[in-house]
Structure formats: structure tokens, C-alpha cells
Design a protein around this ligand. Structure first.
Ligand SMILES: Cc1ncc(COP(=O)(O)O)c(C=O)c1O
Length: 411
């Protein structure tokens, strides 16, 4: 076995993985056409670029309606406002996610209540949700983390039993499907992001999709300053804001959505292949894929690292060695309830809601703690656009580090 690259040996790989974003002449053409059209802002016309993209994206995700907004964070906020969730309400969210899942709740005055993740799938643990429900609970936001759908059967049943809304945070889960149905269309509303790193990319952008016409109208209104379709320009019926998407974004997205299925299929082939190959290496487990996950979105390839199987080599040191071998990787999130922004905003809101000062209480989320501090390792979606031999490099690099783990752990 060759010497580790972190110690000066030759790396397994010295070529980059596929670049992101993927784009070409169609995107260039679409932008030029938008420029020459002189119509650069949002309009309510059915043939606008944004409206055509809304229809195409909603259709591809088994929903009837799509309402574009300018990013995924406000997509969540629009969804909450459309459901009239606000001051003093509670919303159940997992703590292993991007901060927007929780800050969207706080932005509308609702309290995020954290429920731990399943230790194998890293998605919200449905068997722990019930204990977190109170008379103030209005909704659950399952996050399809890394593109892996949450257990939507259990979540929808629970929501039905307790009369709660379900907003899917599908910001990382374009094209993912649960039991054959695309995510975002399983709950009341589904939110996606088109920010630069996402599997469909317009630099920034977001959409809320739904099968419910009434909710679609409310989303239309909230993202358009609370206007109503048949109302006057200066008639504002509810609290909303200018969350509208531009035609530039719509133009790019109309082309990007055409690329979605092919790129999603490539990622899934690579992700599944990589997962199979890694199953040969003790101490590396892939994010568990439930049999009902009929399509994995693979925004991330998430691995679970067991330092014990690597002679006690801490994860951070393993990551340094893997990067040195030419494999870009990262450790992922901090538990959201440990972020100062969440603690401060939650404490302030609680003070107003409860009328009393209470210290911020850390929830008991051992699986999240383990995922964040010791276990979780991420590879980004562009890596999965590579061929089998690119995946083989990842496996080879991990096997190489494992063979030298003892010496690296004590170095
Ligand atoms: C799970 C999740 N939710 C929400 C968002 C927010 O999306 P945006 O960055 O477009 O505001 C992101 C984006 O990183 C995300 O990963």
C-alpha cells in the first residue's frame, strides 16, 4: 500500500471531479432572449418564463401548482404564512439541517421545536415526534436531508391524527421520490431551493409546490405583498412581502429543469454504486436508504464514520487525509439548537409568548450530536456526476487511509 498523501505520498487522485453548474448554449440563449424581451421582472402572464417553469417543475414533482420565490428560505416562510402559522405557534423540525428550516419559523414568529433524527437515515425520527406535540403545535417540517426522503408514511399519519400541517423541506431533494411519488407533493406544501449548490441551479431561487388550489393562491398572494389576483394593485389582504422571482432566474430554470432527470439518474447510479462498494469497508456506512425511497435525490452522499473501526482515528483527521488523497469532503452541520442565532431568537420569542424569562433548553438529541460531532461525512452532488472509475477512486482512498489508520491516529 502506498504512503498516504497527507504524509507526502502520491494522492489517489489529482484530477478534479465534474464541475458544477452544468450549463451550455441553451442557458446562454435563454438569457439573451430574456435580455432582448425587455421583460426582466416577474409578471402574472401565463407565458412568462417563471410561470412556465412553475408549471414544468410542479408537473415533474406530481403537484398541480408551483409558486416561485427568490430562494428556498423564503419558500419555507411563504409556506408557513400561507398556512397562517405565526406568533406563538410551534413547528416540529429536525436539528440536522440547514439553519433556514428553523429560521423560517422564527421569521414568522413561530417556535422551532427540535426532534432528533434517526441514527441511520439522518432524517427526523417519526417515533419521537408525538412526544414533542403540544396544544400549540401547528406543523411538522420533515427535511429530506441530502436528497433522502423522510419517512413520509409515518409523518403523514401522525399529522393526520393530530391535525397538523406538513411542509416538506425538499430544498435538497429535487427529483427524489417516496413510494413512487415525488417529494414536495406528499405534504400540504413542498419547498425547494435553486441556490448555487443545489441539483437545479439558478444562482438563487426557490419554489413552493402543492396539490391544493387554495393553498397555491395563498402562496401567490404571500409572495406578492399580500395582493389578491382580482384586487387592485394597492390592495393588500394579508401579510406578505416581495418574494418574487425574476425572469432571469425563470429563464435559466426552464433549461435546467430539462436537464434534471438525466443528471438525477447519473447521481443515483453513482450513489448506489459507491454505497455498494463502501459496504466492503468496515467503519464506513452509507445513509440508510429505506425500501420506500424509490428515488434518492443525492444532493449529498452522506457517510457515517466509525472511528473505532479506523483504530481510533478521529473523523477530522480522517477528513484531512481524504482531502489530501484528492477527495473533497466535509463534516456537515452543527446541531441547530447549538447555534447562537437560534438560541437568542427562540429565547426572545419565548419571553413574549410565555410572558416569563426562561433559559434556552437544549433538547435531547443524541443521534444529531453523534452525526455532527463524530460520524457524518459529506460528498457533494457534483462528485456523483462522475463515472464508476471516479467512485472507485473514493473507495480506494478510503481503503488506503484505513490501511494506515493506526499510524495516522498516533502521528
Ligand atoms: C435543507 C435546506 N433548507 C432550506 C434551504 C434554504 O435554501 P436557500 O439557500 O435557497 O435559501 C437550504 C439551502 O441550503 C437547505 O439545504
Amino acid at each position: 500500500m502506498s504512503e498516504l498523501a497527507i504524509h507526502g505520498g502520491a494522492p489517489v487522485r489529482d484530477t478534479p471531479f465534474p464541475a458544477w453548474p452544468v450549463w451550455g448554449e441553451p442557458e446562454e440563449q435563454a438569457l439573451l432572449e430574456t435580455l432582448h424581451s425587455g421583460q426582466w421582472g416577474w409578471s402574472d402572464r401565463e407565458d412568462s418564463r417563471v410561470a412556465r417553469f412553475e408549471a414544468a417543475f410542479a408537473r415533474s414533482h406530481h403537484a398541480e401548482y408551483g409558486r416561485c420565490v427568490f430562494n428556498g428560505t423564503v419558500a419555507l416562510e411563504v409556506a408557513l404564512r400561507a398556512l397562517d402559522i405565526g406568533y406563538g405557534d410551534e413547528v416540529i423540525v429536525p436539528p440536522y439541517t440547514f439553519i433556514a428550516t428553523a429560521t423560517a419559523c422564527l421569521s414568522v414568529g413561530a417556535l422551532p421545536v427540535f426532534v432528533d433524527i434517526d441514527p441511520d437515515t439522518y432524517t427526523i425520527a417519526p417515533d419521537q415526534i408525538e412526544a414533542a406535540i403540544t396544544p400549540r403545535t401547528r406543523a411538522i417540517i420533515p427535511v429530506h436531508i441530502g436528497g433522502c426522503p423522510s419517512d413520509m408514511d409515518a409523518i403523514l399519519q401522525l399529522a393526520h391524527r393530530h391535525d397538523l400541517h406538513v411542509i416538506e423541506d425538499a430544498c435538497q431533494a429535487h427529483a427524489a421520490a417516496w413510494n413512487g411519488r415525488r417529494v414536495g407533493s406528499l405534504g400540504d406544501l413542498g419547498c425547494f431551493s435553486f441556490q448555487s449548490s443545489k441539483n437545479i441551479n439558478a444562482g438563487e431561487g426557490g419554489i413552493v409546490i402543492t396539490r391544493n388550489e387554495g393553498l397555491a393562491e395563498l402562496c401567490w398572494s404571500v409572495r406578492n405583498c399580500g395582493r389578491v389576483r382580482d384586487g387592485a394593485w394597492y390592495q393588500h389582504e394579508r401579510l406578505g412581502s416581495n418574494f418574487r422571482m425574476t425572469e432571469w432566474q425563470g429563464a435559466i430554470l426552464l433549461v435546467q429543469v430539462e436537464r434534471m432527470e438525466e443528471l438525477a439518474a447519473r447521481r443515483e447510479r453513482s450513489g448506489d454504486y459507491l454505497g455498494d462498494q463502501l459496504s466492503e469497508i468496515a467503519g464506513i456506512a452509507r445513509q440508510r436508504r429505506d425500501a420506500r425511497v424509490t428515488q434518492h435525490g443525492y444532493h449529498l452522499f452522506i457517510m457515517r464514520y466509525d472511528a473505532e473501526a479506523f483504530d481510533g482515528l478521529p473523523r477530522e483527521r480522517f477528513l484531512d487525509a481524504l482531502r489530501a488523497e484528492g477527495i473533497p469532503c466535509s463534516p456537515g452541520y452543527v446541531p441547530l439548537y447549538r447555534e447562537r442565532a437560534i438560541q437568542t431568537a427562540t429565547s426572545r420569542l419565548r419571553r413574549f409568548v410565555d410572558g416569563a424569562e426562561t433559559a434556552y433548553e437544549l433538547p435531547d438529541c443524541p443521534a444529531t450530536e453523534r452525526a455532527c460531532a463524530e460520524e457524518g461525512i459529506w460528498l457533494t452532488q457534483n462528485i456523483l456526476l462522475g463515472a464508476e472509475r471516479d467512485m472507485d477512486d473514493i473507495v480506494e482512498a478510503i481503503a488506503k487511509i484505513k490501511a494506515h489508520a493506526g499510524e495516522l491516529a498516533t502521528a
